[in-house]
Design a protein around this ligand. Structure first.
Ligand code: AMP
Length: 213
């Protein structure tokens, strides 16, 4: 099973794709997480990506496509995988299409999480992420038991450098210009599943599992 999660920053793609990944027992591949790890580890990819990420801009397509080619070739991806945050441009979508054609595989579904862009700013400015395990919390909607500490592993919670309002507005602008055209692209391919990203986390997961069955 090959599934893409599509949606604006803050639509809940990361949270939902992780939950669906554990329910379907297939890995969730987040290009954002892979890039943040690369920046932390100081690899060549991390060095190339850092300035784009800090500004809330997209990392060049060739860097991202290389990451996805390598990651999807790993053994745990054999039964399928969920792509979270990839593709984000038409060039990336075409590169993915070519990968599938070469390997004789196909894309099963694109889950598109629809959200009002104004709600996104509120969601993202209050988001806090565990620096150790990546678990997400929110100052208003999902407060940790102890301020600044992760409920799961006790790690320090951090405010992502691109989760400040100016960077968020830039990311939303980039999403509209570069990623939103993919909605039409995948609608034409007949694989699009639209979900209103409103309600509780569990309700949204339920809706997604319903359309994937
Ligand atoms: P995310 O965690 O998905 O919000 O991604 C964080 C940042 O990583 C984005 O703002 C981009 O700078 C970069 N990034 C992640 N995925 C991609 C992608 N598919 N194409 C280009 N840049 C990406």
């Amino acid at each position: 099973m090959k599934i893409i999660f599509l949606g604006a920053p803050g639509s809940g793609k990361g949270t939902q794709s992780k939950l669906v990944s554990s329910q379907l027992s297939i890995p969730q591949l987040s290009t954002g997480d892979i890039l943040r790890e690369a920046v932390k580890a100081g690899t060549e990819v991390g060095k190339k990506a850092k300035s784009f990420m800090d500004a809330g801009d997209l990392v060049p397509d060739e860097v991202i496509v290389g990451i996805i080619k390598d990651r999807t070739a790993e053994a745990d991806c054999k039964p399928g995988y969920i792509l979270d945050g990839f593709p984000r441009t038409l060039e990336q979508a075409n590169a993915l299409q070519q990968m599938f054609e070469q390997s004789g595989e196909k894309l099963d579904s694109v889950v598109y999480l629809e959200i009002d862009p104004e709600k996104v700013v509120d969601r993202l400015t209050g988001r806090r992420v565990c620096s150790k395990c990546g678990a997400e919390f929110h100052l208003k909607f999902k407060q940790p038991k102890e301020e600044g500490k992760c409920d799961l592993c006790g790690g320090d919670l951090m405010h992502r450098s691109d989760d400040h309002e100016d960077k968020i507005r830039n990311r939303l602008g980039n999403y509209e210009a570069q990623t939103a055209p993919l909605i039409d692209f995948y609608e034409k391919a007949g694989v699009m599943k639209k979900i209103a990203a409103e309600g509780s986390i569990d309700e949204i997961t339920g809706k997604i599992m319903g359309v994937l069955k």
